[in-house]
Design a protein around this ligand. Structure first.
Ligand code: TYD
Length: 152
């Protein structure tokens, strides 16, 4: 399975028959969290960049149920990768503390977003510089904790 910064592509089982396709996404079964919130983005086009934030608590799964888009993820330490979404049975899992930009929306793009948390603007980091500082702060904290453990 392709995995990068904890970001990974997910394949959902298809239950299609002659009547059409059916894709099922169950919380804690097909995706690694319970779904508390669903929203979807459509009517964006190739000139638009959405997202442009990181979340302190929310995890997401994004699925282009129609059309296509791209998601660029960044870890705040100089690493980035682009994931393409173009199939209704394929999603991308985004863990917390990942910067994401969604862009290159096709005209028919409907981007379904499943979230692990209810909406709380306080847990959004909307400035990239603040995100980098937040990640640096976390890493310093981790070093201090492991340093202390060493002394004890
Ligand atoms: P925004 O975070 O810019 O959307 P995205 O990053 O997914 O492109 O959200 C646009 C507006 O909608 C903003 O005013 C916040 C509001 N909003 C909610 O009230 N609840 C939600 O669950 C989301 C995702 C956004």
């Amino acid at each position: 399975m392709m995995e990068y910064m904890g970001v990974k592509m997910l394949e959902f089982p298809q239950h299609g028959d002659e009547r059409g396709h059916l894709v099922i996404v169950e919380g804690l079964k097909d995706i690694p969290f319970e779904i508390k919130r669903v929203f979807y983005i459509y009517g964006s086009d190739a000139t638009v960049v959405r997202g442009q934030h990181a979340n302190k608590r929310s995890e997401f799964v994004l699925i282009n149920v129609s059309g296509q888009s791209k998601v660029r993820v960044r870890d705040g330490k100089g690493n980035e990768k682009v994931f393409s979404l173009s199939r209704p049975h394929t999603g991308v899992y985004l863990p917390r503390l990942i910067w994401k930009d969604m862009y290159d929306f096709s005209e028919d793009s409907v981007l379904l977003c499943l979230a692990s948390e209810h909406y709380d603007p306080e847990e959004y980091i909307r400035d990239y510089g603040d995100f980098v500082k937040y990640i640096e702060g976390m890493e310093k904290n981790d070093e201090n904790i492991s340093g202390n453990t060493g002394i004890l």
